[in-house]
Design a protein around this ligand. Structure first.
Ligand code: VGL
Ligand code: ZN
Length: 189
């Protein structure tokens, strides 16, 4: 699959708290870094989302049940856990879109604030490739909202990981039937 100047890569939430050792670790979360770094150079347009919670956010529960609105505290604004994985090569000029900043709203999608749509439209992007964490939550929501915003959406499957096996398989099926294409990072050129 050939990457064109009308394509953008959206890197979703590759943050320390979603990697092994973090507050809400996604199994193998750190393994998305290598394929993402590898394909990044193919794209003229990149955007990075980050989970950026205030401490009193409605996503948090104690004890957490590991489902919507019941997560352990994670990705607190300006905390080490909210930093991008140290090996992720984030270009200095790439836009970083923060989400989940409103304490009363659980925003899984990178499109929630409108900032990402505006940026992509301004750059005349037609197709978006999505990679990152977590397949079953923020990656899924970002992909579905990308379709809703009128973009062609491709998920880079080996550059994503999910919180749990069952919800990840279900998310991939839901995305495919919604019209999201799946690809492998190695197919991109
Ligand atoms: C996410 C659960 C809670 C994600 C963020 O990035 O997928 N999941 N907050
Ligand atoms: Zn979160």
């Amino acid at each position: 699959m050939h990457v064109t100047p009308e394509d953008a890569l959206i890197v979703v939430d590759v943050q320390n708290d979603f990697c092994p050792g973090g507050a809400l670790p996604v199994p193998g979360g750190d393994r998305v870094v290598r394929p993402i770094n590898r394909i990044m150079g193919l794209f003229d347009i990149l955007a990075f989302t980050r989970d950026w919670h205030p401490a009193d956010h409605c996503s948090f529960a104690d004890p957490p049940a590991y489902r919507d609105r019941s997560w352990p505290m994670h990705c607190l604004q300006d905390s080490p856990g909210a930093e991008f994985h140290g090996a992720l090569r984030v270009p200095l000029d790439a836009p970083v879109i923060s989400k989940d900043t409103d304490p009363d709203q659980e925003e899984y999608s990178g499109f929630a604030t409108g900032e990402l749509t505006a940026y992509l439209r301004k750059r005349s992007v037609k197709r978006i490739f999505i990679a990152g964490l977590a397949t079953d939550y923020c990656v899924k929501a970002t992909a579905l909202d990308g379709l809703a915003a009128g973009f062609t959406v491709v998920l880079v499957k080996d550059a994503c990981r999910g919180v749990s096996e069952g919800t990840t398989q279900a998310a991939l099926m839901e995305l495919e039937s919604a019209g999201v294409a799946l690809c492998a990072s190695g197919e991109l050129a």
